[in-house]
Design a protein around this ligand. Structure first.
Ligand SMILES: Nc1ncnc2c1ncn2[C@@H]1O[C@H](COP(=O)(O)OP(=O)(O)OP(=O)(O)O)[C@@H](O)[C@H]1O
Ligand SMILES: [Mg+2]
Length: 1107
């Protein structure tokens, strides 16, 4: 398995030493050798404690890849080999986690790699901080502000092809989570003199070349520009193109960046119009013209250029032309106009170009700030990145170099203040034993420049404001007087005779011994540049421009806001802004990147030891290491230290009750940190070696992980326990329910068993009781029976005795009565013989009749006419009366019954009565017909569509419609026919087709014959000679013979008023055509079932066998 290599310290695979603090022995040579060794191995970064030394590699190294970013992300500063990312990470984490505002101070001379370093820091922070659409947009805008500002503010110099010609300090603002919110850029003094003149081998600002190379023909035409650089006086020709720089593609990058930052199209257009105007201004040339009054006057040679500028910027041409020829001076209420000579006209032109460009640059910064400013008002954490022009020494150094070097001087000062001096002072303050380290403090140089009374800037201002003739020479004279004795000021003309013979120092120059070396400044132009004057006529001309951007750039041109007060000088403005910057930096936690330039040739792989040695010296890096080594790598007040590490010791964790210092002591003792590794100051703990700190940090990290595990453990325990308790509770509930259920079941089982047992016992007991009771009852019954028998015997004996006695008494009474009667009859025979017997008889009869009727009243049968009950006759002599009474009662209840009938019922009963009269006791079929209601129309002729034809043929009311069998006279076989009886006719029709076969008027029917037996045969005899009779009589059979015969009889009677003759006989004659045939009914066998059969025996006889 491949071994995974994990770097845990910068000591791993170290080339030379990564941290100069570890260098042994420590001297200039070993220092440079170490740097060179590392540089040769592509290690361009080296630490001095927390300061990063960066050597410009002048070639791209593969150490800024996203993988590298990930490698350095969230790692300790000393964990990996030195890198600018390590410093950026440290600063960012300290800002995010400890809420400390940071500043990253990047210093070094021109071309040392400051701007590149600042971009690396920004891109690292952008890569590691929060993500998300909004945050990404902020990041992108912050990053894209760089190409825009570089295009307008950077230029090629002899030292650096992309030299920053302005100072830039950028505050990146973060929210509490460490996500970027926005930023603020401050710019410091643009080197505007470059716009009109560039030293040999240098270029104007990049944007001019970019616009001419990169813009489309069309765009150039719009801006009235030509692509040829040589057309423009302001563009130095000797190095118009730079090796490895593609101006055209950079132009596209800039335009794209402007779009991302948020410039509107019309704004971009205006910006380029101003740039074009500046470029074209350089082409305006003047020629002298003498005036009559003897004054020199200048005249514009070729007005075409002015015309184009005016068209581009919307300025009135005459106004501009006038501004180049006259100068108006206003003092109090007076206005004096003087003409400008050619030199003054050129001065005015250049002043206008410089001002236009520098104001455009400041406007750009303001506009970018507007875009990138944080949108929220929440408290912000700030990381400032300072990338200022580096210390520079040119052949000709002017006011700009003086200002730039002053700024660097101040930065060195703050570095000294914060690292060397402050550190040493702190040791003293804290009472830590300390041996003083000598180092050069450049405060004295700063004082030479910025002292309010005797400083060079103060004197320059004084000269500028002084009335009378003021020139650069008078300024130098003044310097020579005031600064003559200053150690770091050198001048040929100074009172001090030290430099009288120094030929290297021209008369018009002064020299300052800067911390980074001696620089000779040409005094020429100092006064002018400090004054930074623009003739009011020009600013007013600009304000009048019909171009919103130009108008906005020259607010003082507005005549309404005329201000006679002098504007502050360039020097004092710069001094003030540098002071503000220093104050700002002091409130933040500084992080240093000290850039070193390895050679003057801008070439890779060349390490010029002398050049590097010079830089190391003036940067005071060796002193830096010494202080670092003599002192302590890390210090912290006791409280935060204890707060940070208290978890590492049992006594201090979680709370330390005593003073913080004691706590830290206990903590360090407990951890077994060797005593020489730390010291206790008054308010701070000092840790000598960074490794001790890392050890602490590692322990803390480990401990935090343990604590996190502990918290997690306790939380998990708590969670599991709550879960367990819940489960337990649930289990108890479930168990109780289950127990209850099972107990219930058990109880029910026991209960049912108990009930069974109980019922058995009860049953047994009951049976036992019953047996006993039965026994008792039997005993009782037996006793009762015995008693009854006995009583019966007694009673019968008594009855017998009583009966005997009564018989005797009755006998006595009868005998007595007879005897008395005899005696009475003997005595009264003579009086009663005639009437007495009769009277007694009548009376007795009367009594009996009375009793009879009263009894009958109570015994009356029901009122149903069919009720046959009648009480028995009580006395024989009432026999006839009793029968008569029964008859009368029956008639009476029949009448009552009849009275209830409706007319229809009456008709039915009349028919039934008729039938009864006709057939009762005559025809055996009759009794069966009594219970059958007479329906008449058995076939529903009118409803059944089959009989429609038949119905149409018969238009009278149909009384009978029934299927009958017509007996064939030839063989006695039956054929179905529909038999219809209407009011006037008898009809026979075919059953299938419904066609009428025969129709006989009722008057032609003479007789109906039938047997007395239980059959349905009948013959209809027709009147001889009638039309119907020609075919002969009909012999038919029907299931409803009684009804048909009855209805035929009744209809005939009502229609013809003659009674139809109905003959009931078992033998009758039927007329078939000419023959008379005898129909004879005989007793048939049972073999044909219950159906009568008809057979032709011979010509004269038709035999019907009736079962
Ligand atoms: N880390 C680096 N890797 C590769 N090349 C670099 C690096 N740093 C600087 N350079 C090269 O050095 C050149 C000069 O660097 P830079 O512009 O950052 O210098 P500076 O210190 O800002 O100078 P000035 O003070 O003039 O602005 C860059 O254009 C680039 O070519
Ligand atoms: Mg730079």
């Amino acid at each position: 398995m491949a071994k995974m290599e994990v770097k845990t310290s910068l000591l791993d695979d170290m080339i030379g030493v990564g941290d100069m603090v570890l260098l042994e022995p420590l001297n200039e040579d070993s220092f440079i050798n170490n740097l060179k060794k590392r540089f040769d191995h592509n290690e361009v970064y080296t630490y001095i404690g927390s300061v990063v030394i960066s050597i410009n590699p002048y070639r791209s190294l593969p150490i800024y890849t996203p993988e590298k970013v990930e490698e350095y992300r969230n790692r300790n500063f000393y964990e990996l080999s030195p890198h600018i990312f390590a410093l950026s990470d440290e600063a960012y984490r300290s800002l995010r986690d400890q809420d400390k505002d940071q500043c990253i101070l990047i210093t070094g001379e021109s071309g040392a790699g400051k701007t590149e370093a600042s971009k690396l820091v920004m891109s690292y922070v952008a890569a590691v901080c929060g993500k998300g659409a909004e945050v990404n947009q902020v990041k992108e805008q912050l990053l894209q502000s760089n190409p825009v500002l570089e295009a307008f503010g950077n230029a090629k110099t002899v030292r650096n092809d992309n030299s920053s010609r302005f100072g830039k300090y950028m505050d990146i603002e973060f929210d509490f989570k460490g996500d970027p919110l926005g930023g603020v850029i401050s710019n410091y003094l643009l080197e505007k003199s470059r716009v009109v003149k560039q030293p040999r081998g240098e270029r104007n600002f990049h944007i001019f070349y970019q616009i001419l190379s990169g813009a489309s023909e069309e765009f150039l035409c719009k801006l009235k520009l030509e692509r040829d650089f040589s057309r423009y006086n302001y563009l130095g020709l000797d190095s118009a193109t730079v090796n490895g720089v593609d101006d055209a593609s950079n132009f596209r990058t800039v335009r794209n960046a402007m779009q991302i930052v948020g410039f509107m199209d019309h704004e971009t257009q205006s910006i380029f119009e101003v740039v074009a105007a500046v470029l074209k201004l350089g082409n305006i040339e003047f020629k002298p013209e003498s005036r009559a009054n003897g004054l020199d006057e200048s005249k514009i040679k070729d007005k075409n250029e002015v015309k184009e500028i005016c068209e581009l910027t919307g300025i009135d041409q005459s106004v501009l032309e006038r501004a180049f020829s006259f100068r108006t001076v206003e003092a109090k209420q007076e206005k004096v106009s003087t003409t400008l000579n050619v030199a003054q006209a050129y001065y005015a032109r250049d002043a206008l170009a410089k001002n236009l460009y520098s104001r455009l640059f400041s406007w750009l910064v303001t506009r970018i700030n507007e875009s990138i400013k944080a949108q929220t008002k929440v408290r912000k954490k700030v990381m400032g990145v300072l990338d200022i022009y580096g210390f520079e020494i040119f052949e000709d150094n002017s006011f700009e170099q003086f200002i730039i070097n002053y700024c660097n001087e101040k930065l060195q000062q703050i570095f000294i203040e914060l690292t060397l001096k402050e550190e040493q002072e702190e040791y003293i303050r804290e009472g830590i034993e300390w041996t003083h380290i000598e180092y050069f403090n450049n405060a004295i140089i700063c004082d030479l420049i910025e002292n309010n009374q005797t400083g060079i800037l103060a004197m320059l201002d004084e000269e500028c404001l002084r009335p009378g003739t003021v020139t650069d020479d008078t300024f130098l004279e003044k310097l020579n007087q005031v600064c003559a004795t200053h150690q770091h000021f050198e001048s040929r003309m100074s009172k001090c005779s030290r430099f009288l013979n120094d030929t290297s120092l021209p008369h018009s120059c002064f020299r300052i011994q800067h911390y980074a070396g001696k620089v000779m400044y040409q005094v020429e132009g100092f006064v002018d540049k400090n004054n930074d004057l623009l003739y009011r006529d020009l600013s007013q001309a600009m304000w009048k421009a019909n171009h919103s951007l130009i108008k906005a750039l020259f607010p003082e041109g507005n005549p309404a806001k005329i201000n006679l007060k002098r504007p502050p000088t360039a020097g004092s403005q710069f001094k003030a802004s540098v002071a503000t910057l220093m104050k700002n930096l002091q409130t933040k936690n500084p992080n240093y990147i000290r850039c070193i330039k390895p050679n003057d040739k801008k070439a890779a792989h060349i390490f010029n030891e002398a050049l590097v040695c010079h830089q190391i010296r003036y940067l005071g890096l060796l002193e830096n290491v010494r202080v670092r080594r003599a002192g302590y790598a890390f210090r912290q007040p006791y409280e935060p230290c204890l707060e940070r590490y208290k978890m590492l010791c049992k006594q201090t964790w979680p709370h330390w009750r005593g003073p913080a210092r004691a706590g830290v002591e206990v903590l360090f003792n407990e951890l077994g940190i060797p005593e020489e590794e730390f010291s206790f100051g008054r308010s701070k703990i000092f840790i000598r070696n960074p490794r001790t700190l890392f050890k602490l940090e590692d322990l803390r990290k480990q401990r935090l992980e343990d604590l996190a595990t502990l918290i997690e453990k306790i939380y998990r325990g708590w969670k599991c326990r709550t879960h367990f308790l819940l489960m337990k509770k649930c289990q108890i509930v479930i168990a109780s329910w289950f127990r209850r259920y099972s107990q219930q079941k058990k109880y029910q089982k026991i209960k049912s068993s108990a009930i069974t047992v109980q019922s058995y016992i009860r049953g047994w007991k009951a049976r036992k009781l019953l047996r006993e009771l039965k026994h008792l009852k039997r005993c009782n019954e037996a006793a009762t029976v015995i008693a009854a028998y006995w009583h019966g015997t007694q009673a019968r004996r008594e009855l017998k005795r009583l009966k005997e006695e009564a018989r005797r008494k009755h006998a006595v009474a009868v005998i007595w009565a007879y005897w008395l009667g005899l005696k009475v009859r003997r005595e009264y025979r003579k009086f009663f013989r005639a009437n007495a017997g009769r009277k007694i008889y009548e009376f007795t009869l009367q009594r009996l009749m009375q009793k009879y009727f009263l009894e009958m009243k109570n015994k009356m049968p029901s009122l149903s006419p069919i009720d046959k009950n009648w009480p028995a006759r009580p006395y024989l002599f009432l026999d006839s009366t009793h029968k008569e009474l029964k008859r009368i009662f029956h008639l009476w209840r029949c009448k009552k019954y009849r009275d209830q009938f409706t007319d229809q019922q009456k008709l039915i009963y009349e028919e039934k009565l008729e039938a009864s009269e006709l057939f009762k006791d005559k025809k055996a079929l009759y009794p069966a017909s009594v219970g059958q209601p007479f329906q008449g129309a058995y076939l529903e002729i009118s409803e059944n569509p089959k009989y429609k034809k038949l119905k149409d043929a018969v238009d009278e009311k149909i009384i009978i419609a029934e299927v009958v069998n017509k007996i064939n006279r030839a063989n006695g076989k039956a054929a179905s026919r529909i038999f219809l009886l209407t009011k006037n006719n008898v009809l026979l029709a075919d059953q299938k087709s419904g066609t009428i076969k025969s129709e006989v008027p009722l008057g032609d029917v003479t007789k109906v014959s039938m047997s007395s037996q239980n059959d349905g045969f009948f013959a209809v005899h027709l009147k001889e000679g009638s039309e119907a009779a020609s075919k002969g009589d009909f012999l038919l059979s029907s299931d409803h013979l009684i009804e048909m015969a009855t209805k035929l009889y009744r209809t005939t009677l009502s229609q013809t008023k003659q009674k139809l003759n109905i003959e009931i006989s078992d033998e009758f004659l039927v007329q078939f055509k000419q023959d008379k045939v005898c129909v004879k009914f005989i007793q048939g066998s049972q073999k044909n079932g219950n159906i009568p059969t008809c057979k032709r025996k011979n010509n004269r006889l038709l035999e019907v066998a009736v079962p």
